[in-house]
Design a protein around this ligand. Sequence first.
Ligand SMILES: Cc1ncc(COP(=O)(O)O)c(C=O)c1O
Length: 503
Amino acid sequence: MFRSALPTSLRAVPRARIATTSLPLASTRALIATPNRTAQPALKQDTPDTDMPAPVRTTAQWADFGREHIGRGLGRLRDHVIVKGEGMELITADGERLLDFTAGIGVTNLGHCHPVVSAAAAEQVSSLVHMQCSIMFSAPYLQLIERLLPVMPHPSLDSFFFWNSGAEAVEAAIKLARQATGRQAIVCFQGGYHGRTMGSGAITRSKTIYTQGTGPLMGGVFATAYPYWHSLGVTSETPEAELVRLAEHHLDMLLRQQVAPNEVAAMIIEPVQGEGGYVPCPPAFLHHLRAVCDKHGILLIADEVQTGFFRTGKYFCVEHSGLRPDIMVFAKGVANGFPLSGIVSRKELMDKMDVGSLGGTYAGNAVACAAGVASQEVFQTGEIEANVAARSEQLYNALHALKASPKTGHLIAEIRGLGLMTAVEFRMPSDPLTLSGLAPNTHVPKDIGKRVQQYCLERNLVTLTTSCFDTIRFIPALIVSQEEMQKAIDIITAAVENVAREG
Ligand SMILES: Cc1ncc(COP(=O)(O)O)c(C=O)c1O
């Protein structure tokens, strides 16, 4: 039986239900003892059929434990131990509440533990957890397709494959493009990020650290300039039309001098670069790519892993430009935190793949799909879209005021983004491209973004930096209220003013 539609609500569980001083979850009580609390006999009590005593540690001891047993390849902003997420807030094991402007890197678009999504997942957990997708259909898998079909940015996108992570879905898109065209080459863009696996990492161009020392990666990859001034070696004041002209020129050179167009299977682009610095792609460039692809029988892949599900103000970012991708990749916001990703393309293309060439043990997991269905129910009320429009205007106004201010304007190279995928790029004393337009001898300090981030963290506002340039990004859940946004704006403003004052 398919689940019937549940009532939706923009906000998650009312705040009053959680006491700030106590640890909220039974399982958390089992694992964490704080200095203020008596240690619980935890697992022993919760699972009486085992005589293994549960280690009980303080929060600090758990953090030590984590540092000792998790390798340094996994970087981490801070060693807080988080035990609960509620709407816009993360709650630490010590009961501290953090205002989360990361949303798990653009994943929990409906806020932490949205009641509609969590209820759907809980209901699914008691009926069917796993139905391997190469054996039979699961009801939530089909139901999710039914929910997504009407909101696809183009009606030709009618055939789906679900996987777990964004990187896996990117690899599925590459496989589809190669099998469907019989060609090998993939064109990607400078500053692009598509994942860290051997295939997706091969087309990632945002930072060398993601693949450094791990090659050889997947072959047949060619990178060209993105219409972003850093990518083209021009200043931040360069007009958009000129950026587009230059990027088109670089692509033309690539297809004349490096790889013949009839050998290219696909071009893959993020409509707003994420890890590359939250750089929206001008619609004119996207339409140029469409024309080049059509001319040469190349498939155009839109990577909407980070931009999808209203992050940029529309269900999918390509709607802003009206671009029709041949393949679209999605993940992150689709199931509000449950691991789920996918590709969508036209059936005629998908059916060119050999039977069995796509699949994966957990691909399209039933609980993740049920969470995905519930997430779409909430998105499709229209409340999220309206909130993104209002809150992004509030945020951009505040950031532009910082750029216009004589106190702080000299620190900022550019404010950019779309919807609630928002960033501030700071000037870098070591990078002349970022210094253009400044009065001579203006002092620009180093590492502004990191200092702003640190100031915010000290006031319980969590933000992320991004790209190899000095950029800070703001990606709150799309349910963020006016008051929460104002609270964050006040902290961010004070943080930038503080760096300007200290120099
Ligand atoms: C545009 C884009 N593509 C792909 C990925 C990879 O997704 P995942 O981390 O789920 O593998 C990301 C992750 O941030 C992304 O932003």
